[in-house]
Design a protein around this ligand. Sequence first.
Ligand SMILES: Nc1ncnc2c1ncn2[C@@H]1O[C@H](COP(=O)(O)OP(=O)(O)OP(=O)(O)O)[C@@H](O)[C@H]1O
Length: 540
Amino acid sequence: MTSSKVSREEKGPIALELAKKQKSISVAEFFEKNRHMLGFDSLPRCLITCIKEAVDNSLDACEESSILPDIYIRIRKVDDKMLNIVVEDNGPGIHKDVLPRVFGKLLYGSRFHAIRQSRGQQGIGISAAVLYGQLTSGKPARITSKIDSKLPAYMYDLKIDTETNEPRILSERIDEFFTSKGTRIEIEMEAAYVRGRQSVLEYLKNTSIVNPHARFTFIDPYNERFTFERASDILPKKPVEIKPHPRGIELGTLVKMLQVTDIKKLSSFLNSEFTKVGGYTAENICREANIDPNMVPHDLSMDIEGVKRLLGAFQKIKVMSPPRDCLSPITEDLLKKGVIQNCNIDFIATASRPVNASRGNPFMVEAVIAFGGDIEREGKADIIRFANRVPLMYQQGACAITHAIERINWKHYNMEQPKNAKLPSGPIMVLVHIASTNVPFTSESKDAVADIPEIMDDVELAVRQCARELSRFLSEQKKALEARKKIRIFESYTKEVANALSVLTGKDEAHIEARFLDILNKKYSKFIEEIPAEDNAGGE
Ligand SMILES: Nc1ncnc2c1ncn2[C@@H]1O[C@H](COP(=O)(O)OP(=O)(O)OP(=O)(O)O)[C@@H](O)[C@H]1O
C-alpha cells in the first residue's frame, strides 16, 4: 500500500507555504472588518458618527468658501433596524469629476496635507459612513451636488468597491429638483435613534454652542422639527495654511523633510520650511547643533546623530510661538454667548491660553466653567469636550481633556469633591475646546485626544483660571448666605429689643426700631441689594 501523504521535507520550508498566503489588504477591506475603529460600533453611535462626519464636512466646506452654514439634517425610520439619513448644506458643492472619489474612496480628501485648522483631517470620515451604509443596508449612498446656479445638479448612486477601494457608480443623472448650490448626502444604514446625553439632539446642541455662526434644522424620526439658530452672523476668520513649527517636531518627520526638499543649504531649508524661523534663528540653530549651515539637507538626512542634534537645538534656541492665524479659536466672548443661549446658568467664567505647539503643530486651548442654574445638581461635574469646533461625544474617560481636569484638586476651589472621586460634584459644567492644525486623536474615530503633555498642561491651566473665578463667586455666595441668615435673625428680634429698650429708656419704640434697621442697612447694604428672596440665587 502506498501512502498519499506528502512528507514535511517534500513540501519544503513552512515559510514557503506561509508566503503564498501573504497578500496586501485594501484599506476599505480593512475598515470594513474594523469599522469600530471609525466610530461604527453600537447602533446609536453609528447614527451619530454618520451625522457628525457629514455635518463636519458641511461646516468645513461652507467656512472655506466664506458661506454662513445652513445645514439640514433629517432622519427617517425605514423599519425597526434601518434608518434613512439625509444631510444637506448650502456650501460650494463638489465638482462632478472628484465627487465619486470623495464619497467612494477611503483616505481621499483635501485636508490631510494642510497645516491649518479644520474639522476633517484624515480623508476617511464620509466614505466610512458610505461603507457602513452599504454593509448594513446593501444599498448605495445617494449624493447630489450643485456647484453653480447656472450648472445642473448631479446625482450619483454609488458604493465603494472594497477590494480596490475605488468608487463604483451605479447611476449618474441630473437632478432637476435640486435648485440651490450645495451638497446633499442620503445614506440608509442600520442604526438607532435615542434621546439623552449621547444623542443627535445633544450633539447638535453642542455643535451649535461652538459654531455660533451656523444654523441647523433637524427633523427627527417622529417628524418633530428642531432649529438651532445662529447666535452670530460673523463667520470665523479663515485659518491660514502654515509650515510646521520646530517645537516638538518628531525625528521621522524631520528626516523626511530633509530627504524630500530641493533646497541645497541647511540654513535656507530651516528658514523656508519652518514657521517662525528667520535667517538669524536658522544660523543659531545650526551653531547650537554644531552643523555647517551650508550643508546639503539631503546629506544630513543620512546622519541620524546629526538630525538628533538639530532636534535638540530646536528645543534650546528660542523660536517665537506659532502664529495664531492658522487656528480658528471660538473666542471667549462667543463661547460665553453660545453657553448662555443654550443653558440656564448662574455663573460663567472663560479662559484662553496663548498659542502653543506640539509635534510641530500649533494648538490653543479655550475653557469655560458654568455653575448653577439648570445644571444637574446631583452627581459629578459635566465635562463637555470639543476639538476643532466638533463635540467629542464618546470615550470621555480616555481623553487628555478629562485627564487634565482630573489632575485638579477641586476642594482648593471651594467645590465639593468626594473622597477618591476624580471630579468635583455639584451643578458645574466644564467645557474645553482644543483648536489645532492636527488634533492628536487616540484613534480614527476622533473621540478622544491623546495624553500629550503640552496639551494637558494648557488644558489644566485654562481650567484652573476659570476655577479661580468660580471659587471667588462661591465664597461671595457663601458670605451672602451667611449675611442673609444674620439679617433674618436681626430682623426677627428688632421689634422685641426696640420694645424692651423703649421701656427701659422711655424713648420712642418706633424711633429705636428705625435706628436698628438703619444700622442693619449700613452693615449689610451690599447683601441686602444683591440677594434675591430665594436661598440659592446668585448673579451671573
Ligand atoms: N459637503 C461637502 N462639501 C464640499 N466638500 C466636501 C463635502 N463633504 C466632503 N467634502 C470633501 O471631501 C473630502 C473627504 O471628506 P472626508 O469626510 O472623507 O474626509 P475629511 O473630512 O477630509 O477628513 P476626516 O476623515 O477627518 O473626516 C473633504 O476633505 C472635502 O474636500
